[in-house]
Design a protein around this ligand. Structure first.
Ligand code: FAD
Length: 277
């Protein structure tokens, strides 16, 4: 069983939604195990996520909606779970999410992702296959890597079936994290999340916020290209192909691509790696 999946975020406009359907059609040609669709913490994209899930499902592909618990009540989550079940969805990505600092008056019924996983199992039994998040370079709010590993294993113990990692550019961080998880006796699949390098400015901004380290040698090389975006894309493709190959050679059970709603970068990596179609 190969675990090759692709992530989308819900579009903000009708034009974006149409573009996303086209991107899904193009990426669907490589036959990923599923597409996932992100969810704005506190329900900020509830309707748009649902719309994108419906659109991708209507094209005939398996979809795993993301669901985050911070700021959503159990009743709101139950409604989503029942709706997804009725639609024939059988896989979810269960997350805590991050609420903006100014949003404080929201539900705190399920403070951590492990609480969400437990609640999904309570409410829907074994209907859904549940993916959770993992952080090879340590989640930015964790007190230590040991704590983060313990909190990760708690999600597996609460009923998660497998995990997708935050993206990273250093294969050793992934292998080290997997070893530490295995040492606890936890054996769920941990799929590396792969971020193609396309827009460097956005990548750096996003990486700072989510705790992924962009190595100095990558920053330096890209800086040397200035505004030459074709060279940046070619270099990024080479770096990420090599990283992905190293992960697969080292035993990673699959890859999850953060497509950023673009077909080309993921297709290029898929082809370079000779992944199954
Ligand atoms: P948790 O597993 O709950 O962990 C959050 C932090 O709390 C960690 O530091 C952990 O060590 C700590 N912790 C856990 N349990 C405890 C405890 N009992 N006591 C003390 N500390 C504890 N965000 C979205 O809003 N929408 C999305 O669709 C989305 N998709 C994502 C997909 C992937 C594959 C990944 C990797 C991340 C995604 N995120 C998404 C981002 C994610 O919501 C944030 O990284 C968030 O800060 C943590 O979510 P989590 O599910 O890992 O939380």
């Amino acid at each position: 069983m190969s675990h090759f999946s692709i992530e989308f975020f819900p579009a903000k406009t009708d034009v974006g939604a149409e573009k996303l359907r086209e991107v899904a059609r193009r990426l669907g040609a490589v036959n990923p195990e599923f597409f996932s669709v992100t969810y704005g913490a506190g329900g900020s994209t509830r309707d748009r996520t649902l719309g994108a899930v419906r659109d991708v499902q209507a094209l005939g592909y398996a979809v795993a909606p993301h669901l985050s618990c911070v700021g959503d009540s159990k009743a709101e989550i139950a409604e989503l779970l029942d709706g997804y079940r009725e639609m024939g969805i059988d896989r979810l990505v269960a997350l805590r999410g991050d609420l903006p600092a100014e949003v404080t008056a929201r539900s705190k019924e399920l403070p951590y992702a492990a609480d969400l996983v437990r609640y999904i199992r309570e409410h829907s039994g074994d209907h859904f296959k549940i993916e959770v998040a993992a952080y090879p370079e340590c989640h930015p709010q964790a007190a230590s890597l040991a704590d983060d590993v313990r909190n990760f294993v708690a999600k597996a113990n609460a009923g998660a079936n497998s995990a997708i990692t935050q993206y990273f550019f250093n294969a050793d961080s992934y292998f080290h994290f997997v070893d530490r998880v295995r040492a606890t006796g936890c054996d769920i699949a941990i799929i590396p999340g792969i971020m193609p390098i396309t827009n460097f400015k956005n990548l750096v901004r996003f990486s700072d916020a989510c705790g992924a380290e962009v190595p100095r040698w990558i920053r330096q090389q890209i800086a040397s290209y200035g505004n030459d975006s074709a060279s940046i894309i070619a270099f990024g493709e080479e770096v990420i192909t090599r990283l992905s190959q190293q992960l697969l050679d080292g035993g990673a059970p699959g890859l999850h691509f953060y497509s950023m709603n673009q077909a080309e970068p993921t297709l290029a990596l898929w082809n370079n790696l000779g992944l199954p179609r």
